[in-house]
Ligand binder design. Structure first.
Ligand SMILES: [Zn+2]
Length: 281
């Protein structure tokens, strides 16, 4: 039997929320909550990498950049997990959709949703967009997505086409964006770790574990090998005071906050109330 495939980044992020198996048990984090946390941390990183590539490579964007970054982030998960498209991978895609459903429902309860004028789509729309792309990526195997998402037939009918359109766009870009020629100077993405939040237990050990894993460096290296970046960039894991992530196109720095990963972990506790049964195949 094949064990569920965790990417290198997955291991890193798993170690972030559960530094060791014993601590995972002690923290009471279920396998489902851990998968939800890792999946959404990966999607966050891939979404921001989408902004980075759009900005640094001058990619043309039709429509809103935030929608394009979500699409690049979604396809980035496929690239990150390469050919490991098994039941666990598909469940992770729905973890990403479910994050937006949780934000949508919580905002309805608290009356603090995304403003209509915002550059981001509404949380509910991001939920349906991700669910549609997930279903459309493999409609024969993923008909259960329609049940767990409530995506109506009117939209679902066109989801395979929507997915093919996004996949085509990414293929088109990859064919035209050549890596740096061998022997030419290559710009790199440096990975920097600032101190994790002081209130986090085992902070020093946690940071040491992340650094020792070298997995964020692996993602940064892959990006600088695949694309001819115009300048050196930075991927910074830091304490922000808020569960955030962003790419600063002036400084060329992608920031991923420790608090954002912790936020996904906390939100995962709400999953049982929202989450439909796991796929059986
Ligand atoms: Zn964004």
């Amino acid at each position: 039997m094949r064990t569920p495939a965790l990417t290198a980044l997955g291991w890193l992020l798993a170690s972030l929320v559960a530094p060791a198996a014993a601590q995972e048990q002690a923290s009471g984090l279920s396998a489902q909550a851990l998968r939800f946390t890792v999946a959404n941390a990966e999607f966050t990183l891939m979404h921001e990498m989408g902004h980075l590539l759009i900005s640094e490579l001058g990619l043309p964007v039709l429509g809103r950049e935030e929608d394009a970054a979500d699409q690049l982030g979604f396809m980035g998960l496929f690239l990150l997990h390469d050919r490991q498209h098994d039941a666990t991978f598909y469940a992770k895609l729905m973890d990403v959709a479910d994050y937006w459903r949780l934000e949508w429902r919580n905002a309805e309860r608290n009356g603090d949703g995304i403003a209509l004028w915002d550059s981001h789509a509404l949380d509910a729309q991001r939920f349906y967009n991700i669910a549609c792309l997930a279903y459309g990526s493999d409609p024969d195997r993923l008909d259960w997505v329609l049940d767990v998402s409530g995506l109506p037939a009117e939209r679902a009918l066109y989801c395979p086409e929507e997915y093919q359109q996004v996949a085509h766009a990414v293929r088109w870009l990859r064919e035209r964006l050549h890596p740096p020629a061998p022997g030419t100077p290559r710009h790199r993405i440096a990975v920097v770790y600032d101190d994790p939040p002081s209130h986090l237990a085992d902070a020093a050990a946690l940071q040491q574990k992340i650094r020792a894993s070298g997995e964020l460096e692996a993602v940064a290296r892959k990006a600088s090998e695949a694309f001819d970046l115009p300048r050196d960039l930075t991927l910074r894991m830091t304490t922000c005071g808020a569960p955030d992530a962003w790419f600063n196109r002036i400084s060329g720095e992608l920031t991923l906050c420790y608090e954002r990963v912790a936020y996904f972990r906390d939100l995962a506790a709400q999953l049982p109330a929202e989450r439909a049964p796991q796929p059986t195949r």
